[in-house]
Design a protein around this ligand. Structure first.
Ligand SMILES: [Zn+2]
Length: 122
């Protein structure tokens, strides 16, 4: 279960916006606020280190596991392959619209087809 409070309690954080924080990245030991923490509307938490640290390494450094980032029935946030996650979402939304009799405009249709093709190719 996503637990933003537990996560924030382990880091030296600075509030940087709505549901957003900056912290010193525990994985590469920076002094500045290179780590961005964001709580999505879905409750899922994303970690982004500007030095490129993996979410797994960041969590490992503070003794937490992936469970702290994602909502109960959701998937963990996968930082190294955001393209696929985005494509899956694009296809899901487009199919939902089409199933409900909505027509996609030309540009959306092209984006949908490209996403579908990429997913098919793996
Ligand atoms: Zn880092």
């Amino acid at each position: 279960m996503a637990d933003i409070n537990l996560l924030l309690s382990k880091l030296k954080v600075k509030h940087s916006g709505k549901n957003q924080w900056r912290a010193c990245c525990p994985a590469h030991g920076s002094e500045g606020g290179t780590l961005k923490i964001k709580e999505q509307d879905s409750g899922k938490i994303t970690l982004t280190c500007f030095a490129g640290c993996d979410a797994k390494d960041i969590l490992g450094a503070i003794g937490l596991d992936f469970k702290v980032l994602y909502v109960e029935d959701g998937k963990p946030y996968i930082r190294h392959n955001p393209r696929k996650e985005l494509d899956e979402l694009t296809v899901k939304i487009a199919k939902y619209d089409l199933d409900n009799g909505k027509r996609l405009n030309k540009q959306d249709f092209i984006i949908f087809k490209e996403a579908e093709k990429r997913l098919r190719q793996g």
